[in-house]
Write a protein that binds this ligand. Structure first.
Ligand SMILES: [Zn+2]
Ligand SMILES: [Zn+2]
Length: 141
């Protein structure tokens, strides 16, 4: 954080740690629940301000998934998301996929420069499709 010129406050440090350690996507409300144990009385508005500071420094990205609340995560660039209908997890394709989409749009958009990409695909993740644990695939008629 220091390297990016972000003033480190306890709120920012805790929020950053949760995002990095889990590597997961959180709504601002979800972050408040996670961090609230360390910082009782943490206001949602403080969470938003901290996230905004981290985002401005390029440490955190914010994604708007259609029909879902905004989510934050400790990854810099905007990237496509894969949402599983089975377990509701948010997954990422190979980062190369996002880069290629951005490039394709840049090349194809008649001078329009793409800065952000918010793409969400819904489907079934490998674990859900594979039946997970146990002998789920045993019903061969
Ligand atoms: Zn993501
Ligand atoms: Zn799944």
């Amino acid at each position: 954080m220091h390297e990016r010129g972000v003033r480190v406050t306890p709120q920012r440090a805790h929020i950053w740690r949760v995002l990095v350690e889990t590597g997961d996507h959180f709504t601002a409300e979800g972050i408040r629940e996670r961090v609230g144990g360390f910082l009782p009385g943490l206001e949602l508005s403080t969470v938003y301000r901290s996230l905004e500071a981290l985002r401005a420094a390029g440490l955190v990205s914010e994604s708007r998934l259609p029909g879902e609340p905004k989510v934050f995560e400790a990854r810099p660039a905007s990237h496509p998301h894969l949402v599983c209908d089975g377990c509701d997890r948010i997954l990422h394709p190979d980062p190369e996929v996002g880069r290629r989409m951005m490039e394709a749009l840049d090349a194809d958009a008649g001078g329009f420069v793409v800065r952000e990409l918010h793409v969400m695909a819904r489907g079934i993740c490998a674990e859900c499709a594979g039946g997970g644990e146990g002998a789920a695939g045993s019903s061969m008629a």
